[in-house]
Ligand binder design. Structure first.
Ligand code: F6P
Length: 365
């Protein structure tokens, strides 16, 4: 038995499949262990600042394992140190430091430990709260799979399944029309999602941020395929991919967000260049948020439940301000700030890249 009486759970950053499985895992472990009170914070840090919470009992935590999204809501544009209050008379945004307001919510509800299910941005935001006295435990989630300290994040395998399904479908239509079919996938500055989906679907070209591409090499490759075989090519392109001469393509900037850049648009750019250079008809599909929606895969449900219960065990052991992770098949914990403000990119000699190269996949380098 433990002497913990009340915990809080918050989901931060972009949603992904498996968040509800993690909420359920932490919540039920706490309730079934010794009737610990479980408070859900709504809409990430925004709810913590605005004191919007909900008590989670067995009823609220049942029937959610298989559901996508998060029953708590989330937010990827609000941080405790930069809370948007409104606009001044000239239309300028007014931001305030709301760390004290977060701590008031924590104190009012007597939350002893806050479980934070998030990515690097969400973990970065814990710093001022920990300095103000918060005890927290992190659970890593993101379809990007780019969190330091874990080989796998909640949401990644489901998003890879969706990416693979999309590329498989582009295969048959591309083959019929002898076209180049480009699919742009999410992932921010990391190519994990594109690499895994590209490998699983046998894509002919895989373009990832870790390997800047030379458009002339990509064109030569798809032209070679046109002359040798049926003439079609499938290109899996990460939103963060960029050429050896160019920058990443930014679709939007959200100033209040812990990570203000939103990428997108490189797929269309490449399509235009391939058509210009080769004359081969080229089409682009941008998967967008379809990759983050819907029910979690079995792997994500298992991973989320395992992470959640490992995180709860850390709390029972009195270990705080750390993040659970999976390294070489083993559950481990590290300081939560070691995962803050940085991204885990693919080493260019990674075995997935070597495997794809062995299949004659073109990376444009
Ligand atoms: O981090 C998850 C992610 O889906 C990225 O892959 C993508 O770049 C970004 O979030 C999109 O953010 P938003 O939901 O704000 O458009």
């Amino acid at each position: 038995m433990s002497d913990i009486k009340c915990i809080g759970i918050l989901t931060g950053g972009g949603d992904c499949p498996g968040l509800n499985a993690a909420i359920r895992g932490i919540g039920k472990a706490a309730l079934f262990h010794s009737g610990i009170k479980v408070i859900g914070i709504k809409d990430g840090y925004q709810g913590l600042i605005e004191n919007r919470v909900v008590q989670l009992g067995v009823n609220e935590l049942s029937g959610i394992l298989t559901r996508g999204g998060t029953i708590l809501g989330t937010n990827n544009k609000c941080s405790p140190e930069k809370y948007y209050e409104g606009d001044d008379e000239f239309g300028n945004h007014i931001y305030t430091n709301a760390v004290d307001r977060c701590m008031e919510t924590i104190e009012q509800h007597e939350i002893e430990i806050l479980f934070v299910i998030g990515g690097d941005g969400t973990f970065t935001c814990t710093k001022p709260l920990v300095e103000a006295g918060l005890r927290c435990i992190g659970v890593p989630k993101t379809i990007d799979n780019d969190i330091h300290g874990t080989d796998l994040t909640i949401g990644f395998t489901t998003a890879t399944r969706i990416g693979t399904m999309a590329l498989d479908r582009l295969h048959s239509t591309g083959d019929s029309h002898h076209r180049v079919m480009i699919c742009e996938l999410m992932g921010r500055n990391a190519g994990w999602l594109t690499l895994a989906s590209g490998l699983a679907s046998g894509s002919d070209v895989i373009l990832i941020p870790e390997i800047p591409f030379d458009i002339e090499k990509v064109c030569a490759f798809v032209e070679g395929r046109k002359n040798e075989r049926s003439g079609f090519s499938i290109v899996a392109c990460a939103e963060g991919a960029h050429s050896i001469h160019g920058e990443q393509v930014v679709s939007k900037r959200i100033s209040s967000s812990p990570d203000p850049i939103r990428l997108g648009g490189i797929g269309r750019q490449i399509a235009h260049e391939i058509e210009q250079h080769t004359g081969i008809e080229t089409r682009t599909t941008t998967l967008g948020h379809i990759q983050r929606g819907g029910e979690p895969s079995a792997t994500d449900r298992v991973l989320a439940t395992a992470f959640a219960t490992a995180a709860f065990e850390l709390a029972l052991d009195g270990k705080f301000n750390c993040m659970v992770g999976l390294r070489d098949g083993h559950m481990q914990a590290q300081n939560i700030l070691d995962a803050a403000n940085k991204q885990r990119l693919i080493p260019t000699d990674h075995r997935f890249i070597r495997a794809a190269r062995a299949m004659r996949t073109c990376f444009g380098d």
